[in-house]
Write a protein that binds this ligand. Structure first.
Ligand SMILES: *[C@@H]1O[C@H](CO)[C@@H](O)[C@H](O)[C@H]1NC(C)=O
Ligand SMILES: *[C@@H]1O[C@H](CO)[C@@H](O)[C@H](O)[C@H]1NC(C)=O
Ligand SMILES: *[C@@H]1O[C@H](CO)[C@@H](O)[C@H](O)[C@H]1NC(C)=O
Ligand SMILES: *[C@@H]1O[C@H](CO)[C@@H](O)[C@H](O)[C@H]1NC(C)=O
Ligand SMILES: *[C@@H]1O[C@H](CO)[C@@H](O)[C@H](O)[C@H]1NC(C)=O
Ligand SMILES: *[C@@H]1O[C@H](CO)[C@@H](O)[C@H](O)[C@H]1NC(C)=O
Ligand SMILES: *[C@@H]1O[C@H](CO)[C@@H](O)[C@H](O)[C@H]1NC(C)=O
Ligand SMILES: *[C@@H]1O[C@H](CO)[C@@H](O)[C@H](O)[C@H]1NC(C)=O
Length: 746
């Protein structure tokens, strides 16, 4: 009985509120309501709101669809009660209540669905705007800031033009897409699309809580992993990404409002851009993301890189290897890759540039919007937990930084549209950068480089072999004279600090004057150095038996009690590096001088490798180990790391890689394989340094991140230099011609 009266009461109540009239309106006010069959239409006639049933279903929902194309297809862009479908709408109404709430009510005045608000206004209305946005606002207030509620903040699976997908940091509202359960069921599905602001913002498709695909961070032009279009403007729409203290969002706008386009997150996790084609009266698929297998999130694991046109698609980044090779081979790539040379925070590092990639996961990254790329490098290099950096905004040159810490995941190669990232590497891996940085051209260049260096040496060998063949004659068993400690102490002023001229591999080096006036250099083994003892013995063994005008001459040694010293002839002009790397002194070396120096070093090396009985690999040839006498003749010094190779066996392997980064050949630095070729490589580096007066390591160039070797290989100039050297040696031997023909290095 009571309920009957109640319904009667309701009916009488409703009869005071007029039903939406048949003439179209875009507003519902507090004096109106709509029931099943009624609709409101946006002012421009683009969108319509009302009750609908999905295809193949009888359940009813409140939704918004395109009005214009309704005769051809009902395209639902928003659903209100997606979690509360109605089976009987005979007494259900949609109305606006006083504080400013739009509610779907049943015959018992129970709320099936409603909007919410924290504010109230005098004269609330619900308006369907021509953008497809359903808003609750005061009838006289059109300021979007004052909207009580808007459907653009609670989208379903469709991103419409001018909707901001992202997060407002002030209100805390995150706007994201949530897919339908299936084509015919608007119930929330499993996939969602977010502009995730964790770390540096990036576009993510989530499957439940887990990420299924990632667009990558915004790079000023587009998402780092996005396919074409490459510009922020296409022929039909423009798009933008805004990230500041207040909000982060992605949105797009139509260039011509008469063209329809929308972005939909499908129930199987694809983002599709669809455009309405009037000619065919149907939606056409404009873009479909993920593009391919390589867009599968973290498919290749940490430091793995996905290359879609290779088989298998996963590989490790250059200088990385599979963490578990066995699993990797079977296609289980999820555990990813590790550095071939692990990072030791106590050692020296550099950064290796990887080009053409989709930037890795940024949820744990930090950023700075104003720094320069060089600044990024400096900041990143000071903190060992910074694993990589890149430029943040490439829209107008390089601007800002992104810093990664921890492992780098979800990397793929994007030929032609990827970005550069600089990954922290052990210095030994930087040495051979030239040969591996750019895989395709890099390999070719490296091979030709090694060949060319070999050619240089061959030319020199040939030249000097002919010249010296008759002259070479080794002294029999060289005996090393012993010096008295007291004599040395006197000569060096009791090892006075003023007499110290340098610091050798295993201890300080002093200048001294013997009583007869001869100047000497004394290398004193520091007592704390354990490794020094081996090097000391090594040096005594080798250098004592070697005699050549381009090797520094050992006068004798002094072994007394704890003290161990080596006494050399004194070189007044110090080492080569003090000349070539010094801004003013390098001018003293003209081309013919430099040529003579290169020639001299080559002779010394030739002697070590070929003409001495021991056949010695120096293993630490570098500018600071080449000393200059009064006439600027070069003399190779420091045999602490030298090794003798027996007979014809000119290659060996060591687990203990020694030497100096920047001069080490790749196969030695990485695999510990040393041979005369390792010295030849160092010699090649040294030649470049002498010619260019620039250090291989520490070489900087504004265009790239390569060392001197890498730089030269990009210039191809080596080809010319080598040609000249060989030409001059073999045919004309006119030293001066070098200067005139190639001109000074700038
Ligand atoms: C509805 O379903 C029918 C048959 O399954 C199909 O032909 C039609 O295209 C569908 N319409 C929409 C809008 O999905
Ligand atoms: C819908 O509900 C009304 C009363 O609210 C009832 O009269 C009608 O029979 C119902 N229709 C169906 C199909 O259940
Ligand atoms: C229906 O409920 C709303 C609040 O939920 C209330 O303001 C309104 O007065 C109710 N109407 C009737 C007819 O009971
Ligand atoms: C409205 O409801 C949504 C979730 O349904 C919630 O996130 C939001 O904070 C609510 N807003 C207000 C003003 O209560
Ligand atoms: C928009 O497109 C329509 C139909 O293609 C065309 O008639 C109209 O001139 C265009 N408007 C602008 C501003 O380009
Ligand atoms: C970042 O993503 C990785 C991989 O999905 C996850 O393991 C990690 O917890 C995430 N970190 C943050 C801060 O969200
Ligand atoms: C970014 O770097 C600039 C220049 O180094 C610095 O002044 C600024 O404070 C940094 N900003 C942030 C947010 O760290
Ligand atoms: C180094 O970087 C890590 C991760 O970015 C950060 O947590 C830490 O505070 C940094 N340390 C220093 C000394 O800046």
């Amino acid at each position: 009985m009571e309920s009957k009266y109640f319904i009667l009461f309701l009916l009488s109540f409703y009869s005071f509120i007029p039903k939406i009239s048949s003439t179209t309106t875009n507003v519902i006010n507090t004096n109106q309501f709509i029931t099943d069959g009624d609709t409101i239409v946006s002012s421009g006639g683009t969108f319509e709101l009302g009750f609908f049933s999905p295809n193949g279903s009888t359940t009813r929902y409140i939704g918004i669809w395109y009005k214009q194309i309704l005769p051809y297809v009902q395209t639902i862009v928003w659903v209100a009660n997606r979690e509360k479908p109605l089976t009987n709408t005979s007494s259900v109404v949609l109305k606006v209540n006083k504080p400013g709430i739009l509610a779907l009510l049943n015959d018992k005045n129970e709320t099936i669905w409603s909007t919410n608000t924290s504010r109230s206004v005098q004269n609330p209305v619900a308006v369907l705007l021509d953008s497809g946005n359903l808003v609750l606002k005061d009838a006289n207030d059109d300021n979007p800031e004052n909207f009580l509620w808007q459907s653009f903040n609670f989208p379903t699976d469709t991103h419409l033009p001018d909707m901001k997908l992202g997060k407002n940091f002030k209100t805390g509202i995150e706007v994201y897409l949530l897919a339908w359960k299936n084509d015919n069921d608007p119930t929330p599905g499993e996939y969602s699309l977010h502009i995730d602001p964790t770390g540096y913002p990036q576009g993510l498709i989530r499957h439940g809580a887990r990420v299924s695909a990632r667009a990558g961070p915004w790079n000023g032009l587009r998402w780092s992993g996005a396919p074409a279009p490459l510009q922020t403007q296409t022929s039909i729409y423009t798009f933008q990404f805004v990230f500041n203290e207040e909000e982060v969002y992605y949105s797009f706008s139509l260039i011509n409002n008469s063209l329809l386009t929308r972005l939909v997150l499908t129930n199987n996790g694809y983002i599709q851009r669809l455009t309405w084609v009037d000619r065919t009266k149907s939606w056409h698929l404009y873009l479909n993301i993920p593009l391919d297998t390589c867009d599968t999130y973290s498919l290749c694991g940490a430091y793995g890189s996905c290359v879609i046109d290779s088989s298998p698609v996963c590989g490790c980044l250059d200088k990385f290897e599979p963490k578990y090779p066995q699993n990797w081979q079977t296609g289980d790539w999820s555990q990813g890759c590790v550095r071939k040379t692990p990072i030791d925070c106590n050692k020296e590092h550099g950064f290796l540039k990887y080009s053409g990639i989709k930037l890795p996961e940024t949820n744990n990254s930090q950023y700075n919007k104003t720094m320069t790329l060089e600044g990024c490098r400096q900041v990143c290099s000071t903190n060992c937990s910074c694993t990589a950096y890149s430029s943040l905004d490439i829209s107008n040159g390089d601007k800002g930084c992104l810093f990664w810490s921890g492992e780098l995941i979800d990397i793929r190669e994007l030929s032609g549209r990827g970005q550069d990232i600089y990954i922290r590497m052990d210095s030994s891996d930087i040495v051979s950068q030239a040969s591996s940085n750019r895989k395709k051209t890099g390999t070719v260049l490296a091979v030709s480089f090694s060949l060319l260096v070999a050619v240089i040496l061959l030319g020199l060998i040939l030249f000097m072999y002919i010249r010296k063949k008759k002259k070479l004659k080794l002294k029999e068993d060289f005996e090393l004279p012993q010096f008295q400690l007291s004599l040395i102490t006197r000569a060096t002023n009791n090892f006075s600090v003023n007499n110290q001229i340098g610091e050798g591999g295993y201890g300080p080096v002093y200048k001294g004057v013997l009583e007869e006036g001869q100047e000497i250099a004394v290398k004193r083994l520091s007592r704390t150095s354990m490794q020094g003892i081996d090097e000391f013995k090594n040096e005594v063994t080798y250098i004592a038996k070697l005699q050549h005008r381009n090797l520094v001459r050992l006068l004798g040694c002094c072994i007394q009690g704890e003290e161990k010293m080596l006494i050399y002839e004194y070189m007044p002009n110090k080492s080569l590096d003090s000349y070539i790397f010094d801004q003013t002194k390098k001018k003293l070396l003209d081309w013919s001088r430099r040529f003579d120096i290169i020639n001299g070093i080559a002779r010394g090396l030739l002697y070590l490798h070929q003409d001495s009985r021991l056949r010695i690999i120096h293993r630490d040839l570098k500018a600071s180990n080449v000393l200059l006498d009064t006439e600027m003749n070069p003399k190779i010094s420091d045999f602490g790391m030298a090794r003798s190779v027996a007979g014809n066996d000119m290659g060996a392997k060591t687990c203990h890689v020694v030497g100096t980064h920047g001069y080490m050949s790749p196969e030695y630095a990485v695999d510990g394989i040393f041979s005369v070729k390792s010295d030849v490589f160092s010699f090649g580096v040294l030649v470049l340094e002498i010619v260019s007066c620039k250090k291989n390591r520490g070489f900087v160039h504004e265009d790239h991140n390569l060392n001197l070797l890498g730089h030269v290989s990009t210039l191809y100039i080596l080809v010319y230099i080598t040609y000249r050297i060989c030409h001059d040696l073999n045919y004309s031997n006119r030293h001066g011609s070098f200067t005139r023909k190639i001109g000074p290095w700038n």
